[in-house]
Design a protein around this ligand. Structure first.
Ligand code: AMP
Ligand code: ZN
Length: 134
């Protein structure tokens, strides 16, 4: 289902032009306009799903296939040395566009990209609470 107010629907559908690296019936892969690194790209499904919890599993699986294929090509073509695959859900995670997308972020030895976090310590209370959910 298309959301007519969604910018990524318009980009994925070709209504708004974009720097497109790859396109098939289901996905468009574009360069991010505000890249974290050289080659930072976004995989957009052409259908509108707000996030991970809305996208059907089969579409998600095919998006992972696109990530693998385009990620490998970015790595090779740009001589990158690593790749982060990132996907945000919800404002508190950093999601700003509420149309499911996967970030492909090429990494280069010695780059100072701040994607790392300060490691915490798993407490017994948290462990027990979390295991109790499942
Ligand atoms: P997120 O924070 O996970 O929702 O990521 C949204 C990403 O979309 C950000 O990295 C933005 O730089 C990028 N972005 C927003 N609008 C556009 C656009 N019109 N074309 C390309 N990238 C965009
Ligand atoms: Zn959309």
């Amino acid at each position: 289902m298309k959301d007519c107010n969604c910018i990524f629907c318009k980009i994925a559908g070709g209504e708004i032009p974009s720097a497109t690296l790859y396109e098939d019936e289901e996905f468009r892969v574009i360069l991010d306009l505000n890249p974290a690194s050289k080659g930072h790209s976004l995989i957009l499904p052409k259908e509108h799903y707000a996030n991970l919890f809305e996208i059907p599993e089969d579409v998600l699986g095919r998006a992972a296939g696109v990530a693998k294929k385009i990620g490998a090509k970015l790595l090779e073509g740009l001589h990158a040395t690593g790749l982060n695959v990132l996907q945000n859900n919800g404002v508190s995670s950093g999601q700003t566009v509420f149309h499911f997308h996967m970030h492909l972020i090429p990494r280069y030895d010695g780059d100072a990209l701040g994607l790392a976090w300060k490691p915490g310590k798993l407490t017994e209370a948290d462990r027990d609470e979390i295991l109790g959910i499942f």
